[in-house]
Design a protein around this ligand. Structure first.
Ligand code: ADP
Length: 295
C-alpha cells in the first residue's frame, strides 16, 4: 500500500499559496512530515483526510482517487486533527461508543468489545467513566488515537500530536504510536524533530508549501554529515558570525550561544566538527529557504 501525492497545489482565497506543487510518495509505516509553522502541513493533512479540496494535483491511495472518491477513503481513514474538540461532559467510553456507531458499527455487543479493547490499548480503561473535560493533554491525545483507530483504518493521520505534551506524556504517546500496525500508513505531521527521529522510518521536510527533502532519516543525515561545525560564542557576537558563516541553528547553553554552522570545508577559528543529527538536517534545509533568524 502506498499514498502517492502528485503536484498538489492549493491557494487560499486570501492569496496564500499553502501548497505549491507538492509531490510525495508515502509507504507503509510511520511517515514524518516535518516543517515549521505555516509550512502547509495542516492543509496537506486536511486535504488527504478529504476535509478540503486542492486546486490542482492528485492523491492516490492504492488505486483509489482520494480527491474524487472521498467516501472510500473515509472508510479507511483514522484522523487526529490538530485542534481536536471534545465534548467536556461526555465520558470517554460513551464518546468512543458514539464514534464507533457513526463509523458504522451497528452491533451493540461488538461496539462494547471494541470500545473496551481500544480503551485498554491507549491505557484509559480506568478513566473510561471520567468526563473528557477532565483529561490531561496526554490523556486527550491518547483518547484521540483511540477514536482514530475505530474501524481498523489503513491510513492514519495525526496532526501535530505532541505539541503541548510534557516529556513523560510525550513518551507514552510515542510508545502508543509505535505500536500501531505495520500494515498501516501513519502520517505524523509535526514541527518537532524529535518526533520524527524517534518514530519515523520515512520523512519529508516541507516549507512554504514545497517539499525540500524526502527519504529516510539516514538519507538526510548522509547529506549533511561531515559538514556540521559547532562553536560556543557570546550572544553579542551572533550578528558577526551570521554575516561570515552559514549558521543553521543556535542554542543557549549556560548563558552562552552554541552555534551550529554548515560548511563544505574545515572552518578552523575554534569551530569543532561534530556528528550531524536530524535537527541539523532539518535546519540545513529550512535555512536555505527562509532566514534562520525567523525559524
Ligand atoms: P502548518 O500546519 O504547517 O502550520 P498550515 O497548512 O496551517 O501550515 O498553513 C499554511 C499557510 O496557509 C499559512 O500561511 C496559513 O496562514 C495559511 N492558511 C491556513 N489555513 C488557511 C485558511 N483557511 N485561509 C487562509 N489561509 C490559511
Amino acid at each position: 500500500m502506498e499514498l502517492i501525492i502528485s503536484n498538489l497545489t492549493k491557494t487560499y482565497s486570501n492569496g496564500v499559496r499553502a501548497l505549491n506543487a507538492i509531490s510525495l510518495t508515502i509507504p507503509q509505516g510511520m511517515f514524518g512530515l516535518l516543517g515549521p509553522n505555516g509550512a502547509g502541513k495542516s492543509t496537506l493533512m486536511r486535504t488527504i483526510a478529504t476535509l478540503q479540496d486542492a486546486d490542482l494535483g492528485s492523491i492516490m491511495l492504492d488505486g483509489v482517487d482520494v480527491l474524487k472518491d472521498k467516501q472510500a477513503v473515509r472508510e479507511r481513514l483514522g484522523y487526529l486533527p490538530q485542534d481536536f474538540g471534545l465534548y467536556p461532559r461526555i465520558n470517554a467510553e460513551t464518546m468512543l461508543d458514539h464514534i464507533a456507531q457513526m463509523k458504522g458499527i451497528g452491533n451493540k455487543a461488538e461496539r462494547k468489545e471494541l470500545v473496551e479493547a481500544l480503551l485498554n490499548r491507549v491505557n484509559l480503561f480506568k478513566d473510561r467513566k471520567k468526563g473528557l473535560g477532565t483529561f490531561s493533554g496526554g490523556m486527550r491525545q491518547r483518547f484521540g488515537i483511540a477514536q482514530a483507530l475505530v474501524g481498523n483504518p489503513s491510513l492514519i493521520i495525526v496532526d501535530e500530536p505532541t505539541a503541548g505534551l510534557d516529556p513523560s506524556e510525550r513518551n507514552r504517546f510515542y510508545n502508543l504510536l509505535s505500536e500501531i500496525g505495520e500494515n498501516t500508513i501513519v502520517i505524523l505531521s509535526t514541527h518537532i524533530v524529535e518526533d520524527v527521529n524517534t518514530l519515523c522510518s520515512n520523512m519529508a521536510i516541507i516549507c512554504m508549501g514545497e517539499v525540500l527533502m524526502q527519504g529516510k532519516p539516514k538519507d538526510g543525515l548522509a547529506m549533511v554529515n561531515g559538514k556540521i561545525y559547532q562553536k560556543s560564542i557570546e550572544k553579542t557576537e551572533l550578528d558577526e558570525y551570521r554575516k561570515e558563516y552559514h549558521v543553521i541553528s543556535t542554542k543557549l547553553i549556560s548563558g552562552k550561544l552554541s552555534l551550529r554552522v554548515e560548511s563544505d570545508t574545515d572552518l578552523g577559528n575554534g569551530f569543532v566538527p561534530v556528528p550531524a543529527d536530524l535537527e541539523d538536517v532539518y535546519f540545513s534545509f529550512i535555512s536555505k529557504k527562509v532566514d534562520p533568524i525567523t525559524i
